[in-house]
Ligand binder design. Sequence first.
Ligand code: ZN
Ligand code: ZN
Length: 343
Amino acid sequence: MKVVRVIEYHQNLQLDEAPEPKITSPLDVIVKIGAAGVCRTDIHIIEGQWEEKAGVKLPYTIGHENAGWIHEVGDGVTSVKKGDKVILHPLVTCGLCRACRFGDDVHCEDSTFPGINVDGGYAEYLKTGARSVIKLDDKLEPADVAALADAGLTAYHVVAKAARVLRPGNFVVMIGAGGLGHIGIQVMKAISGATLVVVDRNPDALALAKKIGADHTIQAKDDGSFVKEVMDLTKRKGAEAVIDFVAEGGSTATGVKMLRRAGNYYVVGYGENLNIPTIDIISTEINFIGNLVGSYNDLVELMELAAQGKVSLHTQRYKLEDFQKAIDDLSAGKVRGRAILVP
Ligand SMILES: [Zn+2]
Ligand SMILES: [Zn+2]
C-alpha cells in the first residue's frame, strides 16, 4: 500500500510502498483510510520536536487525525463490521487500567498513539483497536470529520469542561479564533448559555467568529485595549472563564487580567511560560487548568453535534500523493479551515 513516511528528521516526508497492517490480536481493527487531517503537530514531528518524546523508530508513517471504513477486524471484535464508516479516537487504549475505567482515555497507562509513536494514517490502511472506533451517523462522511479527531476533539474537551461550570449570564472569553477556536465557538454555543466573547488579532477570523455564534468579538491590539473592552462588557468584574487557544506572545499574562475572582483559566495552546504572581492566585482564588486532547466520550459527543449540524469544519482536500503541497500550504498559512489527505 501507499504510505507517506518520515525517513529522517529535518527532511521532507517520502511517498513509499509498505506492507498492509495485519491483525495480530483479537481486538485489532484495520481501517481503510477515508481521510487524514494534516496538523501542525505533523510539522513539529518532521522538525524532530517529538523525537525524544515519541521514541519511535524511523521510517514510520505519520497522520493522527483519521476516519474511514472498517476493512478487517480481529476475532474478538463484535461492535463494528467491514464497511462501517468510522472516526478514530487518536489513542489506542488498554481498557484495563484505572484511567481507562474512568473513561479518561488520554491518561491510559498502556496506550499507543498512531501517527505519533506507531504507524498512522497518511496511508491506505491503518491498524487501531476496537476501543478506538466510533461509528459515524449516516449523514457524515469520513472526509468531513477526519480533522475533528484531534483539533476538534481538543476544542470539544476544553469547552465541555468549561461549560460544566458556566451558567447562563456568565461570561466566557476565548482567545484565538483559528482552527481550534472556530470549533470551540460552535461547541460553546451548542451546549452553554454563557455569553461568549472572542478575542483575536485577525479581523477575518473575528468576522467568521461572529457568523458562527460569538456574542461579542474584540480585536486584540498591541496596546492591550481589548482587556478594557472585556472589563467594560462584564461591568468591571471580568469573565468566569477564559479559554486560551494561543498561550504565546504574552497572551496568558493579559488573559488573566480578564478573569473574574475565582475564575478558571483554561490553557490549550502552548509555547510560553506562565508568569503570574502567586499572591494574585491566592488572593483571588483563580484556577489554571491544563487540557490535552479529549476522551472517547468527548469524541462521541462531538460527532453527535456534527450529525445535528451544530458543528461543521471547513476542509481543504489534497490527494495523498500531494502531501508536500498540503504541508507547504499549512506552513505558509494558506489553508482555510483544515487540510486533509485523501488516499
Ligand atoms: Zn493534530
Ligand atoms: Zn488504559
